[in-house]
Design a protein around this ligand. Structure first.
Ligand code: MN
Length: 317
């Protein structure tokens, strides 16, 4: 990977967020921390360095999408950092007036539970209805609100929901598919499903909540049937068009329901995320249901698997 300053991002966050970030990246922490640093996390496409000052530096091709989870790019002495690249994949200025199929996923960073991907079509004739149903950025909604909205939503808009259970996820992952590629396949499948459902009607475009650079996304899908016309990518796309907000709500609703099922199966509550609590619960799960149960409950390749095993070893010795 070459040095490309467009691939850097700096944000400033408060101490609560820094703690959350460290927890979120707990699987990827390294022990080489620069002076004044709090933690360094290395992801496949991004290195994240958090400083005591509250500044967090993101470097690598995933910098902009990764940093956008936490905040917006800070104005910096390096003005190039602020430059937002406009490409043929950037949503057009009038996107919020168009009829769009949006897609989003949930569960990629969670050790337990499936990956859920939804695509949803929102025609501009339905904007008012959806607002009335309470559709907005799901990050600002509680699980209970999401359930209520989703139940109404799925009755009124065309959508496709895909749930990738961990049994299958693990098989794909072990066969050499990266998580990014798995995501791309699911988004593409869900989008194709909605395109089919709409026929003969046609959406004005497709908006994908960006998890990879567009070029990388299409590369993952070589050999697949892919829509390439009027396909747009944006990070935080839930705020760009109601179609992505709707897809996000449907995906999250399914995700939460799956956690209820998993908790019931386990006999205790299964937590979200990938932090220390998750390690403990995974250790309990192994104790109660055996090592083999991890395969259907968890994303085995996460570092939590080894952490849970070592917790058990400590317990037993
Ligand atoms: Mn997303």
């Amino acid at each position: 990977m070459g040095v490309d300053f467009l691939s850097n991002a700096v944000i400033k966050v408060n101490s609560n967020i820094v703690v959350k970030m460290k927890e979120f990246y707990s699987n990827s922490l390294t022990d080489k921390i620069p002076q004044g640093g709090l933690f360094v996390a290395k992801l496949p496409n991004c290195t994240i360095t958090a400083y005591k000052s509250g500044k967090v530096l993101f470097q690598g091709s995933g910098a902009s999408s990764e940093s956008s989870r936490w905040g917006s790019n800070e104005s910096s002495s390096n003005s190039k950092v602020k430059t937002k690249k406009t490409t043929i994949y950037s949503p057009p200025q009038n996107i919020s007036t168009l009829s769009i199929i949006g897609s989003d996923e949930v569960g990629t960073g969670d050790y337990f539970g499936p990956m859920t991907v939804a695509a949803a079509y929102v025609s501009n004739k339905n904007f008012e209805l959806l607002k009335e149903l309470g559709v907005k950025d799901s990050k600002n909604l509680t699980d209970k609100q999401i359930a209520e909205i989703a139940k109404n939503l799925i009755k009124v808009i065309p959508y496709s929901l895909l749930i990738l259970h961990n049994e299958k996820y693990n098989t794909l992952q072990e066969s050499g598919m990266s998580q990014g590629k798995i995501k791309a396949y699911l988004h593409n499948q869900a989008l194709n499903n909605v395109v089919e459902k709409l026929k003969p009607e046609k959406a004005d475009g497709i908006l994908i909540d960006q998890f990879a650079e567009p070029g990388v996304y299409f590369n993952y899908l070589v050999g697949q049937s892919v829509n390439k016309e009027n396909v747009y990518f944006s990070t935080k796309a839930e705020g760009v068009h109601l179609a992505v907000a709707a897809a996000s709500i449907i995906a999250r609703y399914a995700f939460v329901k799956e956690f209820d099922k998993l908790s019931e199966r386990a006999g205790f509550e299964i937590p979200k995320g990938a932090g220390a609590k998750v390690d403990l619960v995974a250790a309990n799960l192994i104790q109660k249901h055996g090592m083999a149960s991890l395969r259907s409950f968890t994303k085995l390749h996460f570092a939590n698997t080894e952490k849970a095993k070592s917790l058990l070893t400590k317990k037993r010795s």
